[in-house]
Design a protein around this ligand. Sequence first.
Ligand SMILES: C[S@@+](CC[C@H](N)C(=O)[O-])C[C@H]1O[C@@H](n2cnc3c(N)ncnc32)[C@H](O)[C@@H]1O
Length: 204
Amino acid sequence: MSTIIEDELYQGYLTKVYQHTQGYQNYTDLQQAKFSRELVSITYGELLYYSVKKILKVLEIDSKDVFLDLGSGIGKCALQVFMQSDLSTVIGIEASSVLHEAALKISLQVRHDFPFFWEDNRKLKFIEGNFLNVDWENATIIYTCSTCFTQELLVAISNKINQTPSVKQVLSLRPLPTLNMTLKKVFTVECSWDSALCFLYTRI
Ligand SMILES: C[S@@+](CC[C@H](N)C(=O)[O-])C[C@H]1O[C@@H](n2cnc3c(N)ncnc32)[C@H](O)[C@@H]1O
């Protein structure tokens, strides 16, 4: 099957499965205040289909790697990474329960439609919580759509990565200020709001 047809099929299916689900939420003032106190940045946006493919190309991936999306929203990026790589484990952590529930529901639908993606004990896991407090389960690759994250949150993420030796590659849409890793590459990606820079860091 040619890649163009394959991409059309993937995009068609993903559009269909997500047709009634969107990440933009109207949080109450109380919820917004709580999120802000807990360093949760609620501004929503997504990496577009071809840019998810781009990050999969840029990364050095081994099937044993564990890919973790910090702030996985409705799970689009994590799901596409799971479907288009041979990674054994893909994880998304999301603070908003509405978005987390949506990601879970859609992953169940996809598992029902295409169970073979889960063969060989592969795992697609969505965890509800603040990624600063939740265990990262031996993640080796971190991706974060961090464009709207505060400087305080970016520092907290950098520090947590510094304390997590399993992490070997990091992709962030904003530079990570206190990260003890080497900036290997900067490239552009297309997002639901506009294009953005993506910063790839590695351990060596
Ligand atoms: C810009 S969206 C990215 C969605 C998805 N990762 C993508 O790239 O398509 C950022 C998400 O991060 C979540 N988020 C922000 N801060 C968080 C935190 N501290 N813990 C968990 N989730 C967080 C937000 O609720 C939002 O859904």
